[in-house]
Ligand binder design. Structure first.
Ligand SMILES: *Cc1c(COP(=O)(O)O)cnc(C)c1O
Length: 380
């Protein structure tokens, strides 16, 4: 683990605190999730649900995850044996990679990638095979030939995050079909990080489609999601894994020695949130879509070349029109220059040049915070 320093999010959040900057770096919301969920958590703590929950997670949460999968994505998972509750998506990703990869196995992933992927792959002694998402006509896309070339005899799994952090890309049906075909051809598993499953904007070119729903994929896919983003409770670290029994069993084997169990009283509260009516999810999306538009407009006015996201609560922007040539330098100077913190996305690439001039802003913040950030950025 020597090559891995402090995560960029911790570093930039500390910089924000130190300089009194508006922090659009780390992606955490600044408002709370549904009241019914918060009340249920308080009631669970007061009601004595404070000891180790069952290893796979409390039954009502596994049942709620199962019902949610069915209602939104038409996927069937048995709460007994095909669903495992984890300490956020982060633990789910780590446990899954550790469960499925032997040292030297290869993991295909799209870069820029969420920073825990590289670390989890390294912990398993596996090797990452990045496929670069590049901006073509204002949208992030991959080259199908590059994707095919990343697969080989040692490919064990492909790690797919859609909607994608940090680019905001929603993988299209065609993208997913290519991934599925290669998994079948090379006998690889798929691990899907779907923490932004409910954050696809109404003007996106594609709706969210779980890879597990494609023909032949259910039996080779471990699907991962979490409450943190959908229900504005990133500090709770309640996530889950859904998949065929043998894979979930393997992941459970690892998870039991990482954390054993987690978040006992919060699990029933997340079940309450998951059982929210569809209108709740639509409201969350609509609110964030307004925030996206608000920040994108402001960033454009401030001089950035904005890459409008189709999903997630992040926007990436090119700093070239502002005279920037390196995102790290730009982001380190930004608090001094105008009191705003952003994250350089080059740290999420192996091929650093592909992301050298891109920075990421989070818009999961109150409107007045976004407006203040824009006012400051216009001084650039
Ligand atoms: C936030 C995030 C996670 C981590 O989710 P937790 O539930 O907080 O562990 C995983 N993947 C992506 C793409 C994320 O943005």
């Amino acid at each position: 683990m020597r090559p891995f320093g402090t995560t960029i999010f911790a570093e930039m959040s500390a910089l924000a605190v130190r300089t009194g900057s508006v922090n659009l770096g780390q992606g955490f919301p600044d408002t709370d999730g549904p009241t019914a969920m918060l009340d249920a958590a308080a009631a669970a703590i007061r009601g004595g649900r404070n000891q180790y929950p069952p290893g796979p997670g409390v039954p009502e949460l596994r049942t709620a995850v199962s019902a949610h999968q069915k209602a939104f994505w038409g996927l069937d998972y048995d709460p007994d044996g095909e669903i495992l509750v984890t300490a956020g998506a982060t633990e789910a990703i780590a446990a899954t990679i550790l469960a499925l990869c032997e040292p030297g196995d290869e993991v295909v992933c799209f870069e820029p990638y969420y920073d825990s992927y590289a670390a989890s792959i390294a912990l398993a002694g596996a090797v990452r095979r990045p496929v670069t998402l590049r901006v073509v006509d204002g949208r992030y896309a991959f080259d199908p030939a590059e994707l095919r070339a990343a697969f080989g005899p040692r490919t064990r799994l492909v790690l797919l995050n859609s909607p994608h952090n940090p680019t905001g890309k929603v993988f299209t049906a065609e993208d997913l079909a290519q991934v599925a075909a290669l998994c079948a051809e090379f006998g690889a598993y798929a691990v899907t990080d779907e923490v932004y499953e409910h954050l696809v904007f109404t003007d996106a070119a594609a709706a969210h489609v779980p890879l597990a729903g494609l023909p032949g994929m259910r039996d080779r896919t471990v699907q991962i999601s979490s409450a943190g983003k959908t229900f504005s409770c990133t500090g709770w670290k309640v996530g889950w894994v859904c998949g065929p029994r043998p894979l979930v069993s393997a992941v459970t084997r690892v998870k039991q020695f990482l954390t054993y169990v987690n978040a006992g009283p919060l699990q029933p509260a997340v079940a309450v949130a998951l059982n929210s009516p569809p209108s709740y999810y639509e409201q969350v999306r609509d609110d964030l879509q307004c925030k996206r538009d608000r920040l994108c407009e402001g960033l454009t006015e401030a001089g950035f070349a904005v890459l409008r996201p189709e999903g997630t609560y992040f926007v990436t922007a090119d700093i070239t029109p502002l005279g920037g040539t390196d995102g790290v330098e730009f982001c380190l100077a930004l608090p001094e220059r105008c009191g705003v913190v952003a994250v350089p996305t080059q740290v999420f690439y192996d091929n650093v040049d592909a992301g050298r001039r891109l920075v990421r802003f989070a818009f999961c913040k109150r409107d007045e915070v976004l407006d203040e950030a824009v006012t400051r950025l216009r001084r650039l």
